[in-house]
Design a protein around this ligand. Sequence first.
Ligand SMILES: Nc1nc2c(ncn2[C@@H]2O[C@H](COP(=O)(O)OP(=O)(O)OP(=O)(O)O)[C@@H](O)[C@H]2O)c(=O)[nH]1
Ligand SMILES: [Mg+2]
Length: 307
Amino acid sequence: MEQSQIDSLLRGSERALGKAISIVEDRAPAQRELMKQVHAHTGRAQVIGITGSPGAGKSSLVNQLVKHWRRNGEKVAVIAVDPTSPFSGGALLGDRIRMHDHDADRGVFIRSMGTRGSLGGLSEACQDTVRLLDAAGYDRVIVETVGVGQSELDIMKTADTVALVLYPSGGDIIQAFKAGIMEIADLFVINKADLPGVTQLRAELEDLLHISGAPEHRRIVETVSTSGKGTDDVVEALKAHHGYLKDSGEKEERRNRQLESDVWRRVLERFREDAAPNVQNVMENAAGGDPYELAEAVYEQYQKGRK
Ligand SMILES: Nc1nc2c(ncn2[C@@H]2O[C@H](COP(=O)(O)OP(=O)(O)OP(=O)(O)O)[C@@H](O)[C@H]2O)c(=O)[nH]1
Ligand SMILES: [Mg+2]
């Protein structure tokens, strides 16, 4: 991307932003230079991850949060990571319609991000997109994912605060527990609090948190995201968690941990790019065979090529 376009992005141009996001989504080599350029302008936004099973009401909650923050004049960006589950196909269309409320509003930027074919490419693209939005001056960046796969979990780990949306219907908590999301959630939202079963769900959740020795700062909040009831409590809890992160030094710690994994992923990504021709080469001549030997052959060829 040209310098003038990067400057536009830093001034908040949606067009420049859209173009930059396409570059990081494609994982084209140009993304490296781009990310280098914007890096110095990141670190200001509050990144909020919202996860939970399909239909839990994540988008409805996001919608309410956007409204709330817009009323305060804050700039808000939303990345909706497409649910992998085919059951959610219909709901996605719903997302578009509901989120359409904000389309004309210049202070809101909404982007859907698909599960691309490339290995692990989604979480990388998503992390970089968060940084672009941060650099473009968005105060809050919300990332919505369905809590299922490893790449969603990776995406959530890069957020400052992770909210897990649950709703009264059996099996929800256990699923989250299995997927490893319970451990990384900072805030629990019991949505659809207008439906029966809330008291029981809260009791189950409190038990689980108690058993797992969860730290004090993890709060439980009830919402009805279709009406907006409880949104203020979510906002308040997010604010409290952000304060806790700063005061306890955990924000610093998390950022440092993030830095190392970021360096790793960039090294690996670069290696994947560089070794791709060797893999292709070796695979062309491999009629079946032993993966260990083939990998060895790739590595040998790669090293020879570097001499
Ligand atoms: N009764 C009730 N229904 C709700 C509430 N919040 C959301 N819903 C409904 O639940 C359905 C799913 O809501 P979404 O906000 O699309 O849920 P989601 O978690 O984003 O769904 P996916 O993105 O498909 O995983 C919609 O029909 C909403 O109207 C609530 O608080 N109470
Ligand atoms: Mg949704």
